[in-house]
Design a protein around this ligand. Structure first.
Ligand code: AMP
Length: 114
């Protein structure tokens, strides 16, 4: 089933897009939990990390992380550090079932997470 992120990919609804390739899209989270909060998603519709197929999606997952590093550098949080999060399923706190990597930074993160 398509999600709101698919509509963002298809440019049917607006988003603050900050990075785009043929396979990956990144945009600012609408409800930021840190000074920097960016969502990095594959254009391929994968519901969550639980559905990532080792062989087929290996390159794609690498692209998500490489994009996160690039964006962290561009937004000036690479050296100070940041957090990358995949929420998966109900107990993981996932609300949107289109795989997305949260890039959070610009403040000191706490542990354990909530
Ligand atoms: P998760 O809880 O891991 O599924 O994260 C979903 C994230 O998507 C939340 O942080 C939301 O604030 C964010 N979000 C939902 N709708 C939009 C939207 N239209 N544009 C940007 N971010 C959104």
């Amino acid at each position: 089933m398509s999600t709101i992120f698919k509509k963002i990919i298809d440019k049917e609804i607006p988003a603050q897009i900050i990075y785009e390739t043929d396979k990956v899209l990144a945009f600012k989270d609408i409800n930021p939990q840190a000074p920097v909060h960016v969502l990095i998603i594959p254009k391929k519709e994968i519901p969550s990390v639980r559905e990532v197929d080792t062989s087929e999606d290996a390159g794609l997952m690498n692209e998500l992380i490489a994009a996160a590093n690039k964006i962290a550098k561009e937004l000036g949080i690479f050296d100070s550090g940041f957090r990358l999060v995949f929420n998966a399923g109900k107990d993981g706190g996932q609300d949107v079932y289109h795989l997305h990597l949260h890039l959070l930074g610009g403040r000191k993160m706490t542990w354990p997470p909530g």
